[in-house]
Design a protein around this ligand. Structure first.
Ligand code: HPA
Length: 280
């Protein structure tokens, strides 16, 4: 049997989601590790576990929320219909870059006009401390994978999409302005994506710093590439969960990442709640 095309799989997933809610989302938000609390801000939420959506990849990591939440974000100009992904799948679980970015493509096909990505990251720039919020202004895709590998579907996007300005200046400005209004310092930085799941060695962190990275993490860039393939404007925020290997002295642990996310997740939620409605 011939494998269904990506476009067919997207159409199948989107038609199924449309059968569950008639909310037409104008923005998409991907909530990274420990940052899923933002979805609780939505009025009239429709929660759809990924496992129920045809073709949708489901994380094999236990204990992670894994669902789409469609609902209305309160905004000054009235409620804004949005779709959020609570939890994502990662390449280190064994998913291809195409699968990792499937959810973002679903959101694009649902009609969102802006995409907001969040993640927890290690601080490679020694000026970054755990708890800092950083707006990603550019990336280094060092994963060795690209979601556009293989035959290109011209109906989804061009073979060679431009990555200049991949992180939309207008969405970025909205984040900067709302962060200033909230009194939340928001730094800017370059995110280096690695495949993981082992953390980096101190030598690798020195290399990343030399290459121009401020942050290091194991997600986000494949989603950005797929979104830009579909000409969707993107903004992205990193929460610095730890100083990268060799910078803090001690060993790195996932528990620290989870703790910082729990402490600072609400603040990211506040910032998104203020900035996302401005994009419609
Ligand atoms: N390295 C890679 N990914 C990460 C880190 C890190 O130090 N912290 C959180 N995600």
């Amino acid at each position: 049997m011939k494998r269904a095309s990506l476009a067919d799989r997207l159409a199948y997933a989107v038609a199924w989601i449309r059968g569950r809610t008639d909310v037409q989302p104008v923005a998409g938000v991907v909530l990274g590790s420990g940052l899923g609390g933002f979805a609780a801000r939505l009025a009239r939420p429709v929660e759809i576990p990924y496992q129920e959506i045809p073709e949708f990849p489901v994380s094999r990591v236990p204990g992670h929320a894994a669902r789409l939440v469609v609902g209305e974000l309160p905004g000054a100009g009235g409620p804004v219909p949005i779709v959020t992904m609570q939890g994502r799948v990662h390449g280190y679980e064994g998913w291809s870059a195409e699968e990792v970015s499937f959810g973002v493509r679903v959101m694009a096909r649902l009609g969102v006009r802006s995409l907001w990505l969040t993640n927890a990251a290690g601080g490679v720039n020694p000026e970054l401390a755990p708890g800092d919020l950083v707006r990603i202004t550019d990336h280094l895709n060092l994963t060795g994978q690209n979601p556009l590998t293989g035959r290109n579907d011209d109906g989804l996007g061009t073979r060679f999409p431009d990555m200049t300005g991949a992180y939309d200046p207008a969405l970025g400005a909205a984040l900067d302005e709302e962060a200033a209004r909230l009194g939340e310092p928001l730094k800017h930085g370059v995110y280096a994506a690695v495949s993981g799941p082992s953390y980096e060695t101190p030598a690798e962190i020195r290399m990343l710093r030399t290459l121009g990275a401020d942050l290091v993490g194991m997600s986000t860039v494949h989603e950005v590439i797929a979104a830009r393939h579909m000409r969707l404007p993107v903004a992205a925020l990193s929460l610095v969960a730890n100083r990268a290997a060799g910078l803090a002295g001690g060993p790195l642990s996932h528990a620290d990442v989870q703790r910082i996310a729990a402490e600072r997740g609400a603040r990211i939620g506040e910032l998104l709640a203020a900035a996302v409605p401005r994009a419609r």
